[in-house]
Design a protein around this ligand. Structure first.
Ligand code: SF4
Length: 167
């Protein structure tokens, strides 16, 4: 079942395989800097070792979930020549990173629906969720400042919940 957090790799420029960094170790088979395409990534954004990732030491790739940030960031830059223009590529990766944080926060606040925190706090939670959805689904690049403020408000809300739950 598709949800607001479903990754759609077919509509993504393989941003998890390019924008993010990782280090050789238990979860990845080699070092990779942020912004550098993984050496297992083909030109059509497909992983050339997809079926053998676990066997070849890339468990981290299987475990990672962008929660739908990838296709959202890719849609914003679909008409841009980011592959040939490093400054545009950096903006694309920054959008991906921000959308990843928005989607992670959205999921955290959806999960909080199960908490016994009273009607008022659930009302606040839903209002924050609505704002997160508006920004995450806006397909706008220029949400940085608003999104940072919103994420800060969400973190404060979650901190508040900790005290309520502990009481
Ligand atoms: S191994 Fe495959 S899935 Fe993992 S980062 Fe590289 S291209 Fe992407």
């Amino acid at each position: 079942m598709e949800t607001d957090f479903s990754a759609d790799c077919g509509k993504c420029f393989a941003l998890c395989c390019t924008a993010l960094s990782f280090e050789r170790g238990r979860q990845f088979g080699h070092d990779k800097a942020a912004g550098q395409p993984c050496h297992n990534l083909a030109g059509d954004f497909r992983c050339t070792i997809h079926a053998r990732r676990e066997e070849l030491g890339y468990d981290g790739c299987e475990e990672f979930d962008c929660l739908g940030a990838g296709q959202r960031a890719s849609a914003i830059f679909a008409a841009e020549n980011w592959r040939r223009d490093p400054p545009i590529a950096r903006r694309l990766y920054a959008s991906f990173s921000l959308l990843l944080r928005l989607q992670e926060m959205r999921r955290a606040l959806v999960t909080a629906a199960e908490l016994d925190i009273g009607e008022d706090l659930h009302g606040e939670r839903l209002a924050l969720l609505e704002q997160l959805a508006t920004q995450a689904d806006s397909l706008r690049e220029d949400i940085g400042e608003e999104a940072s403020k919103l994420l800060k408000a969400c973190r404060e809300f979650l901190r508040q919940l900790r005290f309520v739950i502990a009481a």
